[in-house]
Design a protein around this ligand. Structure first.
Ligand SMILES: [Mg+2]
Length: 326
């Protein structure tokens, strides 16, 4: 199978929204009048972002989901994406499953695959996703204001716990493992919530590298500080699952600084609590109030007794850590 056959067989379908999809030198998108385009890219490298044993279908889902999560963080409606794929060999079984994961996710979120590239090389998936947002409604990291409430969607830490199980650091029962590995391998991008938060949230980011690290991005960009409580952490499987040989502190690390959750972290005025509740209902996405934005810079985390925690939390950094998926 040559490159063009491969693209034809696995990665070409007539576009739903794009004027021109795969097959020419460029794709053609029609932009809705007056809308702003949001563009984001994410690259997934074997051993760095995923385990070599991962199910190819799930890998297809995740590759697109992590990009959708970035669009969600900006409040954008997804429209199209390009896919660049480096493959060690042409394996029809793998390609069938991987492309199904891509197509199913694209269909679910109304996206056209409009271009990309394929080459032989180490397994690497690079996607650029495009979405639209009305001018003035884009959610950014820089909008947090003193006194804002801080919220997260869903629960945190489950993906990091699943990775720890895969790596043999900890074991959990089979049923729990199925649930948490799905969080790791097929994250749910919060696109509906992002759209519902237009005009409601003041700042937003998706949590890919851990709550503390990603919250710090909001704080830095917005020039503010924050206080976080921890009474909400019991929602997470990472805290509630029965696990042997895991200290509470280690569990807390999964929740506060574990990566790969792809939940939204956002701030909104105290006066907007009703609107936040409505956005959550409308998008059928649970959200939890976890803290407040403060004028004073820095991040303070309080434990269950409302005492200031003194420990340092890390966040995932691709250039400062060894591969997490080895
Ligand atoms: Mg992001």
């Amino acid at each position: 199978m040559n490159e063009f056959d491969l693209i034809d067989k696995y990665f070409t379908r007539p576009p739903e929204k794009a004027l021109l999809g795969v097959g020419d030198d460029c794709a053609l998108l029609e932009s809705n009048k007056g809308m702003h385009q949001c563009i984001t890219s994410d690259m997934l490298v074997e051993g760095r972002h995923f385990l070599s044993t991962v199910d190819p279908y799930r890998l297809g889902v995740k590759s697109l989901a992590v990009n959708l999560s970035d669009l969600a963080a900006c409040g954008a409606t997804p429209s199209a994406f390009t896919l660049s794929l480096s493959l060690p060999q042409v394996d029809p079984h793998w390609l069938e499953l991987f492309s199904s994961g891509i197509w199913d996710t694209a269909l679910l979120f109304g996206m056209d695959l409009v271009g990309g590239d394929t080459t032989r090389g180490p397994l690497c998936i690079s996607i650029t996703a495009i979405g639209e947002v009305p001018p003035g409604d884009v959610l950014l990291r820089s909008g947090a204001l003193e006194g804002d409430d801080i919220y997260i969607s869903g629960t945190l830490g489950d993906a990091a716990l699943a990775l720890a199980v895969f790596r043999g650091f900890v074991s959990v029962d089979a049923q729990s493992f199925e649930r948490i590995r799905t969080r790791l391998e097929q994250p749910t991008p919060r696109v509906g919530l992002g759209v519902a938060l237009r005009g409601v949230a003041n700042a937003c980011i998706d949590i890919s590298d851990g709550l503390i690290g990603d919250l710090n991005h909001i704080l830095e960009r917005s020039g503010v500080g924050a206080t976080l409580g921890t009474e909400w952490i019991n929602n997470s499987e990472a805290i509630s699952i029965d696990m042997q040989q895991q200290s509470f502190n280690k569990r807390l690390d999964y929740v506060l600084s574990g990566g790969d959750d792809y939940e939204l972290l956002f701030t909104a005025s105290r006066d907007a609590r009703e609107e936040v509740r409505f956005a959550s209902e409308q998008s059928r996405t649970p959200v939890t109030l976890i803290g407040q934005i403060t004028r004073e810079k820095g991040l303070k985390v309080f434990d269950l007794r409302r005492e200031l925690m003194q420990r340092r939390f890390t966040s995932f950094d691709h250039f400062q850590t060894h591969s997490t998926y080895d």
